[in-house]
Design a protein around this ligand. Structure first.
Ligand SMILES: C[S@@+](CC[C@H](N)C(=O)[O-])C[C@H]1O[C@@H](n2cnc3c(N)ncnc32)[C@H](O)[C@@H]1O
Length: 278
């Protein structure tokens, strides 16, 4: 009898837990749908008033043309208005201002090509090797590059793994931008890809998928690189005058991140940079 009561209580607890998990998942899905609906309405209004369009307005890639709004792309509003990954803008602008003589830029996890196209534009001397598994995102990237007359510069590969990186003919000064949802644990390994020791690396860290990834990366690159960490800080609303015209509920929907935790990046400057002028 006692055992039966214990089992009954355990089953009841499990059912309550399952139900609250289900409620949480449903609430998240509903909130995303609501944000999406608000985003569509506000974007349509701003498009109609001419205040939002197809040209990136701020940030390091200001002035580049973005494919039209009907072509779905992740975080389009953030990218076009110019606050997408705003924490990385100053360090990227610094690389651009210094005119770092990169021979190759490797983008792992390119999505629709924000970094691929933006960096191709600023580093005309570099060969661009862009990797993205999803075909529809590679097609978008192709259109985005073409719009900016950069399509001849970009090689648009699919899956990226250490073998694919080792097959590239990499020059003296590579830059890597890596955002691969946890696969950085395999990809960012200088034992598997030795040229990484002489690359500058901008790495999005996925602590949620790979617990301990920051420590692991520091242990792999601590000797060969100066490592600086950048953390998500939120959107500085006052730097984006367009947002002043919107309701707070609309701003929150437009700036909502679908990330599951506070985002961290490492920017890693190699101590082994080779002189490309010799
Ligand atoms: C969060 S998105 C990157 C967003 C990008 N930083 C941007 O600016 O838009 C991550 C992308 O990495 C791609 N991806 C994940 N693992 C990959 C791999 N091993 N090779 C190529 N692409 C990969 C996914 O398909 C996804 O599009």
């Amino acid at each position: 009898m006692k055992r039966q009561i214990r089992e009954w209580i355990e089953n009841l607890a499990k059912a309550v837990l399952e139900r609250s998990r289900l409620t949480m998942i449903l609430a998240t899905l509903l909130a995303e749908q609501r944000n999406r609906a608000i985003r569509h309405r506000v974007e349509a209004n701003l498009l109609a008033s001419g205040e939002y369009g197809d040209e990136i307005q701020q940030g390091p890639f200001r002035g580049l043309s973005y494919p039209p709004n009907e072509d779905w792309a992740a975080a389009r509003f953030q990218k076009v208005i110019g606050f997408y990954e705003i924490e990385l803008q100053a360090p990227i602008e610094q690389l651009i201002a210094e005119k770092r003589p990169y021979t190759d830029i490797i983008i792992a996890g390119a999505a629709e090509g924000y970094y691929t196209v933006g960096l191709s534009h600023h580093f005309p001397q570099a060969a661009i090797h862009s990797f993205e598994i999803q075909a529809h995102r590679r097609e978008f990237l192709e259109r985005f590059a073409k719009l900016n007359q950069l399509n001849d510069r970009v090689t648009n590969y699919g899956y990226c793994d250490p073998q694919a990186l080792n097959q590239l003919k990499i020059g003296k000064r590579p830059l890597v931008v890596c955002d691969v949802e946890g696969y950085e644990e395999i990809l960012m390994d200088p034992k598997a890809v030795t040229w990484l020791t002489r690359a500058d690396i901008i790495l999005e860290l996925h602590d949620n998928f790979v617990p301990g990834i920051q420590t692991l990366i520091r242990s792999r690159f601590g000797d060969s690189h100066e490592i600086e960490r950048f953390s998500e800080n939120g959107v500085p609303y006052n730097q984006f005058p367009l947002l002043n015209k919107l309701l707070m509920s609309e701003i929150l929907a437009l700036t909502a991140s679908e990330r599951v935790c506070i985002q961290n990046w490492f920017i890693m400057h190699t101590k082994n940079a080779e002189n490309t002028t010799t």
